[in-house]
Design a protein around this ligand. Sequence first.
Ligand code: FES
Length: 158
Amino acid sequence: MNLHVSGDVGTRTTAIIGALKGLEGPLLPILHEIQAEFGYVPQESLPVIARELNLSRAEVHGVVTFYHDFRERPAGRHVLKLCRAEACQSMGADAIAERVKALLGIDFHQTTLDGAVTLEPVYCLGLCSCAPSAMLDGEVHGRLDAAAAAELVAEARR
Ligand code: FES
């Protein structure tokens, strides 16, 4: 079973690389496409990318971990992103983050045990004038306060 899954990941990874390899600086577009395909960047994809782009596996892994956009594990059913950038920080994003983490019982980059919610940091949602901001499953929410944050968490858990 595992072998089958690995093979599938390998085949699909190879197809994505084949389509994007000709781009200048192909690594990031390839990683984005792999995440779009699988919902995360599977470990099995890394050696395939490294081989095809003539990079070391450590180099590929370094890029995956450097960019906050890439997930190393599948996400929960809902993804809640909290803005951590400056405008939101200045409007109390830290307190919101602490509240949300406590309500969910997880830290950033983690998923609740029931698989319902993954919590991720994001660095500006383009909604600075409505800071602090968040995004739940692609929908942006601004002017969060403790009550609105709790409501978002409840919505994500539904
Ligand atoms: S800094 Fe948070 S939306 Fe821009």
